[in-house]
Design a protein. Sequence first.
Lengths: 324, 355
Amino acid sequence: MSQMNMVQAINDALRLEMQRDPRVVILGEDVGKVGGVFRVTAGLFDEFGDDRVIDTPLSEGGIIGAAVGMALYGMVPVPEIQFSDFIFPAYDQIVSELAKYRYRSGGEYPCNMVIRTPVGGGIRGGHYHSQHPESLFIHVAGLKVVCPSNPYDAKGLLLASIRDPDPVLFFEPKRIYRAAKGDVPEGDYTVPLSQAAISREGSDVTVLTYGAMLYECLDAAERVAEQGVQAEVIDLRTLWPVDIDTIVASVKKTGRLVVVHEAPKTGGFAGELISLVCEKAFYHLQAAPVRVTGFDTPFPYTLEMEYLPLSHRIVPALLGVMKG
Amino acid sequence: MLREDGTLAPEYDPQLSTDEVLRIYRQMVQTRIIDERLVTLQRQGRIGFHIGSLGEEAAIIGSAYAMREEDWLFPCYREFGAALLRGLPLQRYIDNMFGNANDPVKGRQMPDHYTCREAHWGSVSSPIGTQMTQAVGFAWAAKIEKKQLATLVYFGDGSTSSNEFHNAMNFAGVFRTPCVFFCRNNGWAISVPVERQTASQTFAEKGIAYGVPGVRVDGNDLFAVVGVTRRAAERCLAGEGPTLIEALTYRMGGHSTSDDPNRYRAADEVKPWVERDPIERVRRYLELAGAWDGDREEALREAVDQEFREAVKLAESTPAPELSTLFDDVYRDLPWHLAEQRQELLAGPRAPKAH
Ligand SMILES: Cc1ncc(C[n+]2csc(CCOP(=O)(O)OP(=O)(O)O)c2C)c(N)n1
Ligand SMILES: [Mg+2]
């Protein structure tokens, strides 16, 4: 065990897997010599060389398209998109190609690859360095979507994602890249995909969240506990395919549901989660489920802390759903 | 064209009067000083970010100077000096750096992401390359309406790798749109050197395949930049279509305040470019012409500093934008769901200030 932050844990996972599996290659902008603008790939260029840690021309479409080709060949590319806000020039390759290859080729051409990309706000990044676009990918059949909240999960989920036979979008919450620290085992282990974690047990209300907002939910749960409300906070970890059993079991226990995410409300993942709960546990609900999310505006700069669904907005939602 | 000793090679002289050179020179100096001051403000935690133009002042300001007032410019993100030259008020720029209530975009964007329609200046956006195709469309629209307008678009060497570069060049070539593609080849895209962007010998030659004439110019030579950009703009107005200009310059600083270039380039790589400093070159020229001296330099620096200090003082004492502005301008009219969300925000508790 050693203490690591998220950046170090992800770096550790990449190094381990590159040592173990010669098919794994990293490609992206500034991932080589400088080790990534967030230093996530630091040291890998020196260890594995330019053939496996590749600084590419500035083109996300080029990066993902080429990575798809490498995957078709049988390599396991782990491209980095510098900020998830810049993934859209590659959206065509991801949506039209990567997600559909297995299906449209009857399984002849699976694409084993992981797209790593930082997400989220709270770092004074404005519109284009803050977005949380997971629902645009969850909506696309054929993609898996992961978003870890701590170093242990980050390493274990990344190793599981790289070994998963299907394409994975691996969203790294950059606000907690360095702030989230914890014990991480040395060597190999995985955290299985599609398994949520119960971060805090409680009997009164279920809170579903992921990424950086986990800490806001935990903070809010402590605050409402002072008023006698016990919130159960579930860190989804894998967003799609989501761990439906853990969610349904929790809601059956608590009868109440609050979903928290940074992304805008409309068309966001919270809507999907609430629909699923309504389909599977409607008669256990004692109050209408509530969403606490980013607003339906572009991500702001100066007012970003007012935009984010931080603890101060989660507390009233938890208390409100208890009255419902 | 402008020799390193400050004399001009006569055959390409764009015939700038001394007053014109003085005006551009002042803008170059102001830009450099503001760059330095903004970096300091960022280091002090008073602004969040700055992306500067150290070493690229001749390319940026010379090209903007070559365009007429009625022409239009689409920025990348490193050209605030050109925007100031075109009439972006300094206070407005500094308000953007602080994202305060006076910032016309109401603190919604990061620093250095400003807009100024009255200066015929577009709106800075982070995603690389997007402005190129937009500039083509803008120029094309003017052509369809038979307006005598040229449109210039700025982008970096790295941006030539984007999807949009291809789209923009191709559309411009096919439809002979009156636009000037101004590529600031500053050697780097963050940590990635130009050799990783292209296997071509030059960026200018990329025009050939699109049927767009390409020119490479010493981007640290103010006179050459003005001359070549003017020629490209004239071609636009004469209905001769687009031109690709590659201005060979150098990013003497980090990519932005978030970047430490020592991680990927040796300090002595910068040295030859210090000798080619575009501002020094113009100053030597003006001194030779008897139009500049140490006293005037000092007075200029003091005036720039003073104006900057006052703008910062005002910007810093201006409050953050009103909460409700978060929901303005998403659409022209506020739809029901945003009205609801605005109400929810205004009635709810305030966020902690901490960052
Ligand atoms: C689509 C997209 N991908 C990545 C980035 C991150 N990024 C910002 S600037 C930059 C390098 C740009 O280099 P260049 O075009 O040469 O312009 P310069 O910064 O040198 O002026 C990168 C990779 C971005 N802003 N947009
Ligand atoms: Mg560049």
